[in-house]
Design a protein around this ligand. Sequence first.
Ligand SMILES: [Zn+2]
Length: 65
Amino acid sequence: MNTASIERPSKHRNAGYAIERYCPRCEEYWPADEEFFHPRPGGRLDSWCRACSNEYRRQHRQTKH
Ligand SMILES: [Zn+2]
């Protein structure tokens, strides 16, 4: 099968008033802006929402410490 033309599944949906972005960690859609997702270099947004990112970082810090 030729998969070259098939793009990765969309992580966004159009909520009407705004584009929402899917967070695979909490399996929720959030508005795709920097208020809900940490900005990444290059103008992209983090794949996890801020809440999940923060939680992960907190846990990661604990394990590491
Ligand atoms: Zn999340």
